[in-house]
Design a protein around this ligand. Structure first.
Ligand code: SAM
Length: 471
């Protein structure tokens, strides 16, 4: 029985409610009057229910679909502007005791090279990431209580934050590790993590159990209720996601929004981010075996519908997607992207030898960070290395009300420009630098407050003269 306030996964992702939602959406996919009313509601920028959102996703009236895409773009601009936050994944260990059938880290894979970074390796890897210009990382690890216990993850986070680099420290570490206990989430919170990210993979319980046949991840309830435990442990920025391709996308879309509704209903704050990974080829994984793959058009529509259904939630797109796909999707609502990524354990400092491949999946966008930064700026986006909200304790509902108050142009925009300026001074190639300087000159004018504009100009000048990390 659907109850968004319930703490039981089977009630807040109630299967029957998902099926009824999909039937309702199918019945109303050409209902212009209803679709118009939902689009009008979406224009208020306060979000949509999962049922309303499902109707938009299913809508087959081309003109209305165009309106939705335009609205998604407008909402993205209103809340997130033209800034795109940059990050990179850091794989700590691919030891894993789970049997996930889509992931090459599964326990039965005997030929993938198993690796785990030592603290010395971490220093080398992170320094290589800092040498590229990264300030924000997402750490990734397989689930293995013996090889990757929570103590190892905590020690690694501590190591990352304490690495001194000539251009400044890593400023935010997000964490994507397996579902764990409230006690462990408290420890992660105390270690100063940014967002806790955990992909649901699929919300469909029966499929979930088949796709995760063995290991602790087999437990649907434990996995689906992880964000509740994370919130209970004091982590108020949590990142949701499903792995598109495993189950029917309509089901996943409804589940994702029900999960967001649940967090909002119970904790008063929805997810900080939603990721939209699609399944990729990997060591012993052929994505075509999973017959629920989605094409780029459906993918774009999913992103647009998420954007207008949960306007305050950031959206992340990784290098699983190609340059062309990212170019199309970003304008529909994405606020964070990775760049220059490696999905192997180690590999930033030194490329892996061919007989020791440990990567999790094939990366489609193989460009360097500098190329990604330049490309974004050519498209008139402002790549941002800013982590100010997190460092000033603006997380959870405080971030949401900041976002809703429309103060982003006065605060996030100057911060984005200043961190971009740091990047240009410390890392950019000469072409990138020229484009960036011109972009910054133009973008300063979009800061509404004259006072803040003045401070920003002064700070940009100080950065040129060697000062870093304004707070
Ligand atoms: N072990 C943690 C867990 O259980 O959630 C961390 C997961 S893993 C390092 C990060 C994510 O990669 C997974 O949640 C999954 O969605 C995704 N992934 C796994 N195999 C993939 C594949 N073949 N293609 C694309 N993404 C994949």
């Amino acid at each position: 029985m659907y109850n968004p306030k319930s703490l039981k996964a089977v009630e807040f992702i109630d299967h029957q409610e998902v099926l009824e939602t999909l039937a309702y959406a199918e019945k109303n996919k050409s209902n212009a009057e209803l679709i118009d009313s939902i689009i009008e509601k979406a224009r208020l920028k306060k979000g949509l229910s999962h049922r309303e959102a499902a109707v938009l996703l299913e809508c087959d009236i081309e003109e209305k679909n165009r309106e939705m895409f335009a609205l998604a773009n407008q909402i993205k601009n209103d809340f997130y502007g033209n800034r795109i936050v940059m990050f990179a994944p850091l794989y700590l260990s691919n030891y894993c005791v789970n049997g996930c059938v889509y992931c090459p880290y599964h326990v039965k894979n005997k030929h993938i090279a198993r690796k785990k970074l030592t603290q010395e390796d971490i220093i080398r890897e992170v320094t290589a990431l800092q040498d590229m210009g990264h300030k924000r990382l997402a750490i990734e690890s397989g689930e293995d209580p013996v090889n990757n216990p929570i103590e190892y993850i905590l020690e690694s986070i501590n190591t990352i934050y304490s690495i001194k680099h000539k251009n400044g420290a890593i400023r935010r570490v997000n964490v994507n590790i397996a579902a764990t206990t409230v006690e462990n989430y408290k420890k992660l919170k105390d270690a100063g993590i940014g967002t806790y990210i955990l992909f649901q993979e699929t919300y469909h319980k029966k499929s979930y159990e088949k796709l995760h046949p063995t290991g602790p991840k087999h437990d649907y309830a434990y996995h689906t209720e992880a964000m509740d435990r994370a919130m209970e442990g004091g982590i108020d920025d949590v990142g949701l996601g499903v792995l598109f391709g495993l189950e029917l996308y309509r089901y996943e879309f409804a589940g994702l929004l029900m999960h967001a509704e649940h967090l909002e209903a119970v904790f008063g704050v929805g997810p900080h981010t939603i990721s939209v990974p699609r399944i990729k080829h990997a060591d012993d994984i052929d994505p075509d075996v999973f017959d629920n793959g989605i094409d780029d058009n459906i993918f774009a529509k999913i992103v647009a519908c998420i954007r207008i259904s949960v306007p305050y939630t950031g959206m992340i797109i990784s290098t699983r997607e190609s340059k062309a796909c990212r170019e199309r999707i970003i304008s529909l609502g994405v606020s964070q992207i990775s760049g220059g990524s490696r999905t192997s354990v180690g590999g930033y400092y030194e490329p892996e030898p061919e007989d020791e491949i440990s990567e999790q999946f094939d990366v489609s966008d193989k460009r360097t960070l500098d190329e990604v930064v330049r490309w974004l700026m050519e498209l008139k986006y402002v790549p941002s290395f800013c982590t100010a909200c997190y460092r000033e304790g603006r997380t959870g509902d405080r971030f949401m009300s900041f976002c809703k108050s429309g103060q982003i142009l006065n605060f996030c925009h100057p911060n984005a420009l200043m961190t971009l300026k740091e990047y240009l001074e410390d890392y950019a190639s000469s072409d990138t630098k020229i484009i960036g300087e011109n972009l910054i000159d133009a973008e300063i004018n979009s800061i509404p407050s004259e006072r803040i504009k003045g401070i920003t100009v002064k700070n940009l000048d100080s950065i040129k003269n060697g000062k870093r990390d304004f707070r």
